[in-house]
Design a protein around this ligand. Structure first.
Ligand code: PGA
Length: 250
């Protein structure tokens, strides 16, 4: 079944005490029923703290990255087995900041998706075009090739566990959100690609999140679009009250 999800991507923010405060606030605020799954993706050093909160609440936990390697001599890396061993539920893959600053290629992303699925962790696979690509009107082709190269090697039962996040790079951290129409247009396109590849039933069940300057002021309109199933929230996930307002925007 298609899930509604709001996931907070904290990126490289928060000290230990700040992380503890924010996690406690979120966990407490979602004690009662929420209209969607709530996922928090803190920096890796706070993942275990987050999974401790998750044990006592409805919170789900996501990592921001995973190594494409199984384990061994890869200094600084964190493996899917490690994430699994502390009960992490989701992992962001292919965020545009990882593609840009850490030179992650489609091939590496496909390996990361595979290893996560091997360990039962759900990938949140990011795709999205840069501003110049939208201006050249090649944004649909860019997103198509990101999905084809990073995800569409999966078989149907594997694909079932994947969440897609459409994040136009020009909207990330810029305050310039995609309009609800632009988001819907791309989300509808992504769902049509999933239909072509895996059939209508799988496509109807696929969760497609929007990310890029989504906040408490614009979430409701974005989430009301037919093919927008929630959000991957950066800056606005760092403030507890605002994040909870977004969670309640369905
Ligand atoms: P933003 O980031 O909400 O700060 O634009 C979204 C993301 O990068 O996931």
């Amino acid at each position: 079944m298609r899930k509604k999800i709001v996931a907070g991507n904290w990126k490289m923010n928060k000290t230990f005490t700040e992380a503890e405060e924010l996690l406690a606030y979120i966990a407490e605020s979602i004690e009662k029923e929420t209209p969607c799954e709530v996922v928090t993706c803190p920096p890796a050093v706070y993942l275990e703290m987050a999974t401790d909160f998750a044990m006592e609440s409805n919170l789900l936990v996501g990592a921001q990255n995973v190594s494409q390697f199984e384990g061994g001599a890869y200094t600084g890396e964190i493996s899917a087995a490690m994430l699994d061993s502390i009960d992490v539920n989701y992992c962001i893959v292919g965020h545009s900041e990882r593609r840009k600053y850490f030179h992650e290629t489609d091939e590496m992303l496909a390996q990361k998706v595979n290893i996560l699925l091997d360990y039962g962790i759900n990938p949140i696979f990011c795709c999205g075009e840069q501003l110049g690509e939208r201006e050249k009107e090649i944004h649909f082709g860019v997103v198509r090739s990101q999905l084809q190269n990073g995800l569409f090697h999966l078989n149907e039962s594997e694909f079932h566990n994947v969440v897609i996040a459409y994040e136009p790079v020009w909207a990330i951290g810029t305050g310039r959100t995609a309009s609800p129409e632009q988001a819907q247009e791309m989300h509808g396109f992504i769902r049509s690609l999933v239909t072509e590849k895996y059939g209508k039933k799988v496509a109807d069940d696929t969760t497609i999140l929007y990310g890029g300057s989504c906040n408490a002021g614009n979430a409701r309109e974005l989430f009301s679009q037919e093919d927008v199933d929630g959000g991957l929230i950066g800056g606005a996930s760092l403030k507890g009250e605002e994040f909870i307002k977004i969670v309640n925007s369905f």
